[in-house]
Design a protein around this ligand. Structure first.
Ligand code: ADP
Ligand code: MG
Length: 483
């Protein structure tokens, strides 16, 4: 039986406001436990929440960025449940009328573009955090509660069940991550919990129209875990069904150490949240002028940038997608292209040599030791034939190690390409004289075999010239001389 995977994601993006969504308490990460939660965050009697306008602006900016309907009237609702990290007994969220309605984003996989639907995005407050002491020694571990995070603004972004593989799910999550970072509405820090994913996963026989029963995997805090958790879960569900069982709708947890998902609670025990409109908060009504001001303020977004890069510079979708993945990288690439005047070569260098070097040292583009001007200068010297592509890599390494410019490296290391045909001809003659046997073979060989055999001579000439002979000239001269 052939199976098809169906995935929908719920992403919680922590909005980068300085204060909480309904109070003036600070949102800074890493403060002493319980120093940043006030009476409003705890929902103590006699206090009233006041909506942070900045959180509204950020949510609307996100909605505009994914081309979504903006809720002209949205309503906060109480989601009631008991948990130690939620002492007031309810979370303020949005239910029937979210601030952001249907929208969509594009993902690129294997150079193919696919549209993924976003069902909605709503504003809500975060809860506190339980910290469990290690009880492995059996000495009675304690659990403490840090309420600093209570009341931190979150944007919950719910996707349509449009993804068909773990790779697509990761590409979608990355795209949302890129968008919130482009907008500057979320720092995207997954280790600190600023960007968390829940994955809803089901399988169905290929060709079947109805969806299978889904399991929801909670709180995946890296793209790698997201991919692995989904792949594990898909295998588990298929094995279960093929061995005669059936999937139950439940919430599961991913354990990175064991690389497996485990049941946390089944739907039967799931909470009845008894949502109702929060009587302490007014509905949020947005007028056109407010929305249009935010729209006119939007930066160029990743998908638009990708389209522009692909069209204006003739790049592949895959190259354009990579270069548009962050504003810093996109700006860097455009500067390189501008300096050297050849966007495709610029794309190759930024996505190739530079990306590999950054990756190796786990550096972000903003910390690149090679500036866009320096890389553009290097590519210029390839384009004007001062150096060969091969020696260019050597120059790049010198730039990475701190050299000021390609020109300085070329001078210092004497890498200037030999384009003087007299000098190249002398080497070519030497090589031909030194290899009579190969020359005879070449001349006796069939026309179709010759290009490959020519490589030997080219290699010898390049070696003798320490890589400095212009390869095109070498090829031409050799062909002429060998007949
Ligand atoms: P809930 O509120 O119970 O989490 P929703 O209907 O809001 O349920 O769905 C939550 C997420 O689950 C959405 O991202 C949606 O796309 C996804 N989803 C719904 N049904 C399926 C399914 N059968 N398989 C995979 N994902 C699903
Ligand atoms: Mg859910």
């Amino acid at each position: 039986m052939q199976w098809e995977t169906v995935i929908g994601l719920e992403i919680h993006a922590q909005l980068a406001t300085r204060s909480k969504i309904f109070s003036a308490a600070a949102t800074a990460f890493g403060a002493e436990p319980n120093t940043q939660a006030c009476a409003i965050d705890l929902g103590l009697p006699g206090v009233l929440p006041v909506l942070n306008q900045e959180a509204v602006r950020m949510a609307v900016r996100f909605g505009l960025a994914i081309d979504a309907e903006i809720g002209r009237r949205s309503v906060f609702a109480r989601k009631n449940y008991f948990y130690p990290d939620l002492p007031k007994g309810y979370q303020i969220s949005q239910y029937e009328l979210p601030i952001v309605g249907k929208g969509q984003v594009e993902i690129v996989l294997d150079d193919q573009v696919k549209v993924i639907g976003v069902t909605r995005a709503h504003l809500e407050e975060d809860a506190g955090k339980s910290l469990h002491e290690d009880n492995s020694l059996g000495m009675g571990g304690m659990t403490g509660i840090d309420l600093n995070r209570a009341g931190t603004p979150l944007l919950e972004i719910v996707s349509e069940p449009d993804m068909r593989s773990a790779r697509e799910a990761v590409a979608y999550a990355r795209k949302i991550h890129q968008i919130v970072r482009y907008l500057g509405i979320c720092d995207g820090n997954m280790q600190e919990g600023s960007f968390r994913c829940d994955a809803n996963v089901s399988v169905r026989p290929k060709g079947q129209a109805e969806f299978g029963t889904r399991a929801e995997i909670k709180n995946l805090n890296s793209f790698r875990f997201l991919e692995r958790a989904i792949n594990f879960e898909v295998e588990r569900q298929i094995e279960l069904i093929e061995s005669g069982g059936s999937v139950v709708q439940e919430t599961r947890l991913y354990d990175p150490a064991k690389d497996e998902t485990r049941s946390m609670r089944s739907k039967e025990e799931a909470n009845d949240y008894r949502y109702f409109p929060d009587p302490d908060l007014l509905p949020v009504e947005l007028d056109e002028a407010f929305i249009e001001t935010l729209r006119s303020d939007l930066p160029e977004l990743p998908d638009a940038k990708r389209h522009r890069f692909a069209q204006d510079y003739g790049l592949s979708e895959a190259d354009a997608e990579t270069l548009a993945s962050s504003r810093a990288l996109a700006d860097y690439f455009e500067r390189v292209a501008q300096v050297c005047g050849d966007a495709r070569l610029a794309a190759n260098w930024v996505n190739g040599e530079l990306a590999a070097a950054l990756n190796k040292e786990a550096k972000d583009i903003s910390a690149s030791p090679v500036s866009a001007e320096a890389l553009g200068g290097l590519i210029q010297r390839i384009l004007d034939n001062t150096i060969s592509g091969k020696l260019a890599k050597q120059v790049f390494e010198a730039l990475w190690a701190g050299a000021a410019s390609a020109d300085a490296v070329i001078e210092e290391q004497g890498l200037r390409q030999i384009t003087d045909s007299g000098a190249i001809e002398a080497i070519v003659d030497q090589v031909i004289a030194a290899n009579p046997k190969q020359v005879d073979n070449y001349r006796a060989a069939d026309e179709s075999k010759r290009p490959k055999m020519l490589g030997f001579f080219v290699g010898q000439v390049m070696k003798q010239s320490q890589g400095k002979a212009n390869p095109q000239q070498v090829n031409q001269l050799l062909q002429a001389k060998l007949g």
